[in-house]
Design a protein around this ligand. Structure first.
Ligand code: FMN
Length: 185
């Protein structure tokens, strides 16, 4: 039996994998913001779309310097990830407040966030304005991963885990058990 759901429509699309968007802002300051509304878009060119609130400092920074790193935080960065999304870089220098260590990028000016499972170096390809958000389509220029944590299929969940964002302070983990569908006959 189905019943009408009167909560927010997007709850049925959660939990969602969280990434952390790194940007460089007007004064050269590096800023990081978690975003769980994200998705790969195309393979040719390699692109990832991220929803960025128009009011966020990240949006302002991306307008000034259209480059980013998309950092995949691990389970160990639970508290940091939540707190990076609880303050704005407009009010506080998050790198010094959270004593963040950064990793220089190869192809973009924006550094990656140390401790991430993977770091994607990106430039803005397109921006679409939708309601209260800007949908950024990033072209992926380079991907770095922590050795042995990512195989040819996915992140190796027997070795690490990601942060699937439920709602508010709630996150979920990926069950490392693999389920295999039968080959179609
Ligand atoms: C786990 C998590 C996921 C979030 N996902 C998004 C998102 O997809 N898009 C967005 O605009 N804000 C998202 N937010 C909120 C921003 O991270 C938050 O507004 C942040 O303070 C903005 O930082 P900034 O002003 O320094 O850019 C999320 C917050 C958390 C904790």
């Amino acid at each position: 039996m189905y019943v009408n759901y009167t909560g927010k429509f997007y709850r049925v699309l959660h939990p969602r994998p969280t990434l952390i968007v790194g940007t460089i802002c007007e004064d050269g300051r590096v800023n990081f913001m978690p975003a769980s509304w994200n998705t790969p878009v195309s393979e040719e060119p390699p692109t990832v779309a991220v929803v960025v609130d128009k009011e966020s400092y990240t949006n302002e920074c991306l307008r000034k310097n259209p480059q980013a790193t998309l950092n995949i935080p691990s389970q160990d960065q639970l508290q940091l990830t939540y707190e990076l999304g609880s303050v704005s870089g407009r009010d506080v220098d998050k790198v010094s407040k959270f004593k963040l260590e950064v990793i220089p990028s190869t192809l973009v000016k924006v550094p990656g966030l140390k401790g991430s499972i993977a770091i994607m170096e990106c430039e803005v390809l397109n921006v679409f304005e939708v309601g209260e958000v800007s949908l950024y389509v990033f072209k992926v220029l380079n991907v770095k991963v922590v050795k042995d944590l990512v195989d040819e299929y996915s992140i190796d969940f027997t070795k690490t885990n990601i942060l699937l964002h439920g709602a508010g302070r709630v996150f979920h983990l990926v069950n490392p058990k693999k389920l295999f569908a039968k080959k179609p006959t």
